[in-house]
Design a protein around this ligand. Structure first.
Ligand SMILES: C[S@@+](CC[C@H](N)C(=O)[O-])C[C@H]1O[C@@H](n2cnc3c(N)ncnc32)[C@H](O)[C@@H]1O
Length: 293
């Protein structure tokens, strides 16, 4: 199964250089995905190092375990918001480094049954964890106009939130909206695209963030960073859109202002041109790193 799916890790060299400072230390890969960063990191760590990998997606974890195939990796099916608890149970009270590579993997995006893709038709699902109760179909078919409008505005930064929410309400009076292509068509009916960007891109982003409570998870983990890191430990967060980046930037500022923390880089670390050419998904990536001093 593993051979079929690929996910090129973004900013892997930069993250490794900034985070891996103890060759035999304990590390967290908070978003293991297909194990791209994990493999890259383990290849640069010592034989006694330990890497705790978290993912909400059990299918991705199975692929990562097979692909990484390394006894130093402990892959855990849990949200990274539970990392402190999992580590405590393993008798670890702080790690030397933690990487958060936010968003979704190519495996999830390219797999039509997961319902994230604008390119391939599939059920309106969008859950990272397929055992979680809330799907995109439930939001689209059951939530009220104001809640739809709110998530489109807040999580999609969609200017046409009201028109799209009204169009969804009208469409579902004819019967439930079940697939990604049905939703895409509803949005196409009321919004014109800008350049190469499909008009439903922001609607899909908003639904994905709402289904997985993505911003809530980022906020939660940012507030428990002090419990996760040892002194001199570092956390690196790779974001792909401004909503997440803003949260990270502001929280890091607050930590530094409160004392006991320092920003490792003055500016965000962005991918080099060569990386973006090889992996267009990297183009909007931003890495911020903070150190507990
Ligand atoms: C961008 S991908 C990570 C790719 C990985 N770094 C690699 O190189 O293969 C993000 C992953 O984070 C997972 N994820 C998102 N939110 C999560 C959370 N709160 N807890 C654990 N995993 C999460 C997603 O299921 C997805 O597999």
């Amino acid at each position: 199964m593993a051979a079929h799916w690929t996910h090129i890790p973004v900013l892997a060299a930069e993250a490794a250089e900034l985070l891996l400072r103890q060759p035999n230390g304990v590390y967290i890969d908070a978003t293991l995905g297909l194990g791209g960063h994990a493999s890259y990191f383990l290849a640069r760590l010592g034989t006694e190092a330990r890497l705790f990998g978290f993912d909400k997606d059990e299918e991705a974890l199975a692929i990562a375990r097979e692909r990484v195939n390394d006894p130093r990796l402990h892959a855990v099916h849990a949200s990274y918001t539970q990392a402190a608890e999992v580590l405590r149970q393993a008798g670890i009270d702080g790690v030397d480094g933690a990487l958060f590579d936010l968003g979704l993997s190519s495996y999830q995006l390219d797999n039509p049954v997961r319902g994230f893709s604008l390119q391939r038709d599939g059920p309106l699902d969008m859950r990272f964890d397929i055992s979680a109760p809330l799907t995109a179909a439930q939001i689209v078919n059951e939530w009220g106009l104001l809640d739809l409008e709110r998530i489109l505005t807040e999580y999609g930064e969609e200017k046409n939130a009201h028109a799209i929410a009204m169009a969804i309400m009208a469409a579902r009076r004819q019967g439930p909206v079940k697939t990604t292509f049905e939703l895409k068509k509803i949005v196409e009916g009321v919004v014109r695209g800008r350049g190469k960007i499909h008009p439903a891109t922001q609607t899909f982003q908003a639904l994905r963030i709402a289904v997985n409570d993505e911003l809530g998870c980022v906020q939660q983990v940012l507030s428990v960073l002090p419990q996760l890191l040892k002194r001199n430990g570092r956390a690196g967060i790779i974001t792909f859109h401004s909503l997440e980046d803003r949260l990270v930037k502001n929280r890091f500022k607050e930590l530094v202002a409160g004392g006991g923390w320092r920003l490792v880089n003055k500016h965000v670390v962005a991918p080099q041109y060569a990386e973006v050419r090889q992996n267009p998904r990297a183009r909007s990536a931003k890495l911020r790193v903070i150190e507990r001093v």
